[in-house]
Write a protein that binds this ligand. Structure first.
Ligand SMILES: C[S@@+](CC[C@H](N)C(=O)[O-])C[C@H]1O[C@@H](n2cnc3c(N)ncnc32)[C@H](O)[C@@H]1O
Length: 265
């Protein structure tokens, strides 16, 4: 693993501890029986009962086990050993069956050979990946013929906005090679928390880059959707709508904040 991903792995071990204790994740609600998936991915992925589902970059497994709560047979993969340990503990604690594998995404073929009905990944995954064409090949490799790949992710345009400004201001380029170093302040779920790792390394992605990679991997696109709302207050001026999602304030132009893609092998 390159030194950038090694750094990020240590960061995600720290963030697992911070996020699990945060009011954003509300682990207590999940343990008490709540499903932590958003209506968006539940409706767009469709019925999962009895189907095998591979969750790429599953963090500490709350979403993975939420799919299990809907009846899927789940496998989650993440390179943070703290996250995988917590996912396994949550599986035991809730009685929701799940298999969790700790490895770098690109090393997955050394740990897993079977194919799945659904390959799923979501919210905050792509900016950690240095190689989208190989990511897409992996997603395709783990699908059975006719199987479904699904991603819901922060829109790359929303990643251009200054996260410290009080109104929309473009700060970051759309087109840029990674890795790019950013200073870390706590975690996105709790910026006030003490975090021993002080930097993160990100790769910029474009919508074109994601789509072209999936097509080149042989997947057939069913849809690409863009949404003017997002799933957490990633910018300080977003307002929570009655639908539970975070929107631009009414006096600001609507911008794409999320996208989703569904494709078939
Ligand atoms: C933002 S989280 C995914 C969030 C997930 N939707 C959630 O909230 O539960 C991104 C995850 O990607 C994992 N990750 C980052 N780079 C990775 C890599 N190269 N291989 C495997 N996992 C990786 C991190 O450990 C982290 O758990």
């Amino acid at each position: 693993m390159d030194p950038y991903r090694k750094n990020n792995q240590a960061l995600w071990n720290e963030w697992t501890r911070i996020n699990a204790a945060s009011t954003m994740y509300r682990l207590d609600e999940f343990i008490a029986g709540e499903n932590k998936l958003n209506p968006l991915e539940i409706s767009e992925v469709g019925p999962v009962a009895g189907r095998s589902l591979l969750h790429l970059q599953c963090h500490f497994g709350m979403d993975t086990l939420s799919w299990a709560r809907l009846g899927a047979n789940v496998t989650g993969v993440d390179f943070s050993d703290e996250a995988i340990r917590l996912a396994q503990k949550l599986s035991q604690q809730t009685g929701l069956p799940g298999r969790f594998i700790c490895c770098d995404l690109y090393d997955l073929p050394q740990h897993l050979t079977e194919a799945f009905d659904i390959v799923y990944t979501s919210y905050g995954v792509l900016s950690w990946l240095p190689d989208l064409p190989n990511w897409a090949k992996l997603a395709a490799r783990y699908l059975k013929p006719g199987g479904i790949f699904y991603i819901a992710e922060f829109h790359p345009l929303s990643m251009m906005l200054d996260e410290t400004a009080e109104q929309p201001v473009l700060r970051y380029p759309y087109f840029k090679e990674g890795p790019v170093e950013f200073a870390v302040q706590g975690s996105y779920a709790d910026p006030t928390a003490e975090c021993a790792v002080k930097t993160e390394y990100d790769w910029f992605y474009t919508l074109e880059g994601v789509i072209t990679s999936l097509l080149a991997a042989g997947l057939k696109l069913e849809f690409v959707h863009e949404f003017p709302y997002t799933v957490y207050p990633q910018l300080p001026y977003l307002v929570r709508g009655e639908d539970g999602y975070w929107h631009m304030p009414p006096h600001q132009p609507a911008l794409p904040l999320l996208f989703s893609i569904r494709a078939q092998k």
